[in-house]
Design a protein around this ligand. Structure first.
Ligand code: NAD
Length: 262
């Protein structure tokens, strides 16, 4: 455990599963009191209880990130029960694997609401609490879909939105001493990717020079760095954590293809 994070209070949305659960665990292991907020109440409660039994300070709160009233109640709860907030990780997200021709307006709005509007609501309502912290950090989980295009337009658009909003928020919140950064993973071993159609992960590995997906803790460690005082001069930055995909995915795929025909 480093001294960088010890004693801080964090809220992680989508904290009951996948990457969010990895971030909750990593932060808690660094001595942070973590509130995992999610719509999956039973799973989240059980997860928090398991970590508490290991001596970690983790609590669950029900939160639908698309609901402004629930954010307002959560902030009140954070103030009364935890005396404030130092770290907000906007991690909750969904993917709608549909091309433009099949995508309804309702599905588009749902993806934008969960992936992007939620980040706006979280930052807007947590701002005053975070402004009281002497170590305030917001980390928004985007994707390589916020750097390049993925096949799903609603996901790609919402993740580019998270990247842009992060920079706008960083500029405005600097006056409150709050840093805001985004993280852009490629493929992570989580329920979201496990639910993908057959062949999806195998195909993606061709475009990742490291040839594999990340484990949640490999992304969570980068998130922890951005949450910590160790990144005190970083705001408005984007960190790509993608096994080399956006740098050299095309060249890597071409090399494999050429090898097959040599
Ligand atoms: P996941 O499906 O395993 O977990 C997402 C969590 O968000 C779940 O616990 C779910 O209940 C919660 N959630 C969904 N809608 C919610 C809502 N309205 N309110 C509150 N919570 C809600 O997915 P994951 O892979 O862990 O994804 C986490 C984040 O990482 C997402 O933002 C995703 O876009 C991003 N990401 C994932 C990958 C990947 O390969 N898995 C890659 C890049 C980025």
């Amino acid at each position: 455990m480093s001294e960088e994070l010890k004693g801080l209070v964090a809220c992680v949305t989508g904290g009951a599963s996948g990457l969010g659960a990895g971030i909750v665990t990593q932060l808690a292991q660094e001595g942070v009191t973590v509130i995992a907020a999610d719509v999956q109440t039973d799973k989240g409660e059980a997860f928090a209880e398991t970590l508490r039994k290991q001596g970690l300070s983790v609590y669950f709160r029900h939160l639908d990130v698309t609901c402004e009233e629930q954010w307002i109640l959560l902030v009140e709860d954070l103030e009364t029960e935890f005396s404030g907030l130092d770290i907000l990780v906007n991690n909750a997200g969904i993917i709608i694997r549909k091309r433009l021709s099949d995508l309804s307006l309702e599905e588009w709005n749902r993806a934008v609401s969960v992936n992007l509007n939620s980040v706006f609501l979280g930052v807007k309502h947590c701002r005053n609490l975070l402004a009281r912290s002497t170590s305030a950090s917001i980390v928004n989980i985007s994707s390589t879909a916020g750097i390049i295009a993925h096949l799903d337009p609603s996901y790609t658009t919402s993740k580019w939105g998270v990247r842009g909003f992060t920079k706008a928020a960083a500029l405005e919140l600097v006056q409150d001493g709050i840093r805001v950064n985004s993280v852009h993973p490629s493929m992570i071993a989580t329920p979201l990717t496990e639910a993908a159609p057959p062949g999806h992960m195998e195909a993606n590995r061709y475009a990742i020079p490291m040839g594999r997906e990340a484990q949640p803790e490999e992304i969570a460690k980068v998130v922890c760095f951005l949450c910590s005082r160790g990144s005190s001069y970083m705001t408005g930055s984007e960190i790509v954590v993608d096994g080399g995909m956006t740098t050299a995915g095309v060249a890597h795929m071409r090399a494999q293809f050429q090898e097959q025909y040599n």
